[in-house]
Design a binder for this molecule. Sequence first.
Ligand code: NI
Length: 136
Amino acid sequence: MKVKVSRKAHFNAAHRLYRKDWSDEKNTAVFGKCNNPSFHGHNYELIVSVTGEIDKDTGFVIDMKVLKDIIRDEVEEAFDHKNLNMEVPEFSDLNPTAENIAVVIYNKIKPKIDSKLELEVMLFETPRNFVSYSGS
Ligand code: NI
């Protein structure tokens, strides 16, 4: 019997979507307003879900205090109030789209939890636009 537990988190961050190897015209055509050279911000909402067996001793799939601390250390401390392109090393050469941010978050959290647990990262860039990644 597997149970999925989830925790919500939040961070504000700025980004710009562009490729250095493309012309200004092509960047604008593909990324539109998101290619603004002055950057722009989003209020990102994050839902981190962990699925696994309930531990017989604790009754937990994962201790939510532990998950909360992992999210704080790996995501909030690293991303909140940052310029993702300029201040977060993972995006120095990777476009900080919602898709890529979700994959980066997954890859940061996965090694911190028990390997028997499944992980899913859902990232809302706006209330209407969201992506999810679960490692495949
Ligand atoms: Ni944007």
